[in-house]
Design a binder for this molecule. Structure first.
Ligand SMILES: Cc1ncc(COP(=O)(O)O)c(C=O)c1O
Length: 619
């Protein structure tokens, strides 16, 4: 049957339209692919697939000391050093170790952080050979005191909460509690302090309204939900490596059992990202964690990722300026495209400037999240936003609100502590801390780097104001060991180790000098103990390749890659005479098996030379 002319015309038009639509969809897909960062941080699905593929690989006592094929005298030095470090800690922290060990089976978070303190092949061995204590009982100034009475310089920053020193937060909590005590923990009503806090936060953020939540994660959830509600669009754009809490949609990839179906993870500081924002119609919001200025497109640095090489960071005022300009362009494109621009200041809010990252980088967001320090030491998440975006209902669609509640939101005690925090940051002595803030911390970082360089140590620091990360200038499989040398110097790090040092702004010049001295001493000891032995030839890439070969071997020969647990490893030859005293203490102590030593390491060398990655001596 022949088609009429009209039908032919309709068909042709349909084909043309369909073709154009398919062509546009394909073009958009291509644009999206090109806007992803080329690393795994930019490819959440691949990262997850690969993470699922990585097999268990657990070094035994012998391999843990010699996985870089160092000549036999080097592992011997490392072994003696490890025994000394463990003995020091065991002697100094008996109660802390015992309490931590007793608490660990019942506190899943302790098990998780203990397992991810170091690269996973070392994790089993380290947990037994260099166990950690997590029990503290006091804080004062910039110091923490553990349950055994040892004093530590606090470089953990309480996950970023501690901006002005723990004593400041004790005051916020005590004074805040006094202000609301008459009411008590009454929920569902508001103490008038909540309204005062909201007014002040509107001034600080330059926005119209506020909602209170219990955590930064929840504030981010609410920001994204509102953006979707008001734009009618589905997708969130986040940037490669950026952390926004642990909610599914902002944490695609490893760590999240579900794929994040409505999240685009794009490259930071990239023209291609701007093209995607200009061309797609399904993007509700762009979510920015300004801490990424320190390492755009890379995840937060943690020692568990130091499997082979080093890490890098983008510090310095020129880079900060470039990042600020990027945010300004991003904001402009979002505005043009009707995309909600969300600045997630949960971590950095109040740390860089009194007006937060908005002030520091010269941008005005549609929605801003705060948390951590803003609670004056108590748990909190806050969302500030433009009135039109914060509204949770539409009068013209009364049955279609945007739901958000939370039993403990606006808790009177949190509101009390927050009010004291907001008042206190106006005080002249706190305002003075903000003066020349970057200059102060940049100078401190530069001074420490000069000392490290002068001492010939392969360690440097990079910083975004008072948030620091430790970098390593030569290839090694053992950079993560620095956290145990810093521990010996009583410098307290969070479980991510040397990846993130967070200073509170009450560190005086003298406090910092003491930290710098201890830091250099730690690195010197680590160097003397042979952990940074290097053959002068192998690059980071070579080390990564050899680690990959070990993984491949473990994938195909799991038994060979996973020797008996270190606890069962045979005790080998005695340690050199000089270390026998301490060694005896360790070998007879609870960690004895974990410092076990074989006669020598000949098998490894032979196997490596032959291209086989797994040493037979541990099979
Ligand atoms: C930028 C940012 N957003 C959100 C969160 C999540 O906050 P919380 O841990 O209070 O849920 C964090 C926590 O570190 C963060 O750094």
């Amino acid at each position: 049957m022949e088609l009429t002319q009209t039908a032919q015309a309709v068909l042709a038009l349909g084909m043309l339209t369909g073709g154009a639509w398919a062509g546009r969809a394909a073009w958009q897909r291509l644009q999206l692919s090109r806007a992803k960062h080329r690393s795994l941080a930019g490819h959440a699905r691949w990262a997850k697939r690969i993470a699922g593929w990585i097999p268990r690989l657990a070094y035994g006592a012998e391999q843990a000391l010699a996985c870089d094929d160092a000549p036999a005298d080097v592992p011997a030095r490392r072994r003696a050093a490890g025994q000394r470090l463990a003995a020091d800690f065991a002697a100094a922290c008996p109660q802390g170790l015992a309490l931590t060990a007793a608490a660990k089976p019942a506190i899943s978070d302790l098990q998780f952080t203990a397992a991810y303190r170091v690269p996973f092949p070392f994790a089993d061995w380290v947990q037994q050979a260099l166990p950690s204590s997590t029990m503290v009982s006091r804080s004062k100034g910039v110091m923490l005191e553990d349950v055994d009475g040892n004093e530590w310089f606090d470089l953990t920053g309480a996950y970023g909460v501690n901006l002005f020193g723990q004593d400041f937060y004790k005051r916020c909590i005590d004074e805040g509690a006094a202000r609301v005590r008459a009411l008590g923990p009454v929920l569902g009503w508001l103490h008038p302090i909540a309204a005062a806090n909201a007014r002040r936060l509107c001034e600080i953020s330059g926005l119209d309204e506020v909602s209170f939540h219990m955590s930064g994660t929840e504030a981010v959830m609410q920001a994204v939900r509102l953006a979707r509600y008001h734009t009618g669009r589905s997708h969130v754009v986040r940037f490669a490596g950026a952390y926004h809490g642990w909610w599914d949609d902002v944490q695609p990839g490893p760590g999240n059992p579900l794929p994040a179906e409505r999240t685009y993870t794009l490259a930071d500081m990239s023209e291609r990202t701007l093209q995607v924002l200009r061309s797609r119609r399904d993007i509700a919001c762009v979510l920015v964690n300004p801490l990424q200025a320190l390492h755009p497109n890379r995840p937060a640095p943690g020692d568990s990722a130091l499997v082979a090489g080093g890490r890098s960071a983008d510090a310095g005022s020129a880079h900060r300026q470039a990042y600020g300009q990027w945010l300004q362009r991003l904001q402009q494109v979002c505005q043009q495209q009707g995309i909600v621009f969300i600045l997630d200041e949960v971590f950095l809010g109040f740390r860089l400037a009194p007006g937060g990252a908005q002030q520091y980088f010269g941008v005005q967001a549609d929605l801003v999240t705060y948390g951590k320090t803003l609670g004056g030491g108590l748990p909190v998440g806050v969302l500030c936003g433009r009135a039109a975006l914060m509204r949770r209902f539409r009068p013209e669609r009364p049955a279609d609100p945007c739901f958000a509640r939370g039993t403990f939101n606006s808790h009177p005690y949190v509101m009390g502590a927050m009010q004291v925090f907001l008042e206190q940051i106006e005080a002249p002595e706190i305002q003075a801390l903000y003066e020349d803030l970057d200059t102060t911390w940049d100078q401190r970082a530069a001074a420490l780097n000069a000392r490290l360089e002068g001492a010939g140590l392969p360690v440097r620091v990079a910083n975004l104001s008072s948030v620091w990360t430790v970098l390593y200038t030569q290839p090694s499989r053992y950079h993560w060991m620095l956290q145990y040398y810093l521990r010996e110097q009583r410098l307290a790090l969070a479980w991510v180790g040397s990846g993130r040092l967070i200073f509170s702004l009450n560190y005086s010049a003298a406090d910092f000098e003491a930290v710098a001295e201890r830091f250099v001493a730690a690195a010197q000891a680590m160097q003397a103990d042979g952990w940074w032995w290097h053959d002068g030839v192998r690059s980071n890439r070579d080390l990564q390749r050899s680690f990959l070969r070990e993984l491949l071997a473990a994938r195909w020969r799991p038994a060979a890659a996973n020797p008996r647990p270190a606890a069962e490893a045979p005790l080998g030859a005695p340690v050199p005479a000089a270390e026998q005293g301490l060694a005896a203490a360790m070998l007879n102590g609870p960690n004895a098996g974990h410092w076990a030593v074989p006669e020598s390491f000949p098998d490894r060398t032979v196997h490596r030379a032959a291209g086989a990655a797994v040493p037979s001596s541990t099979a």
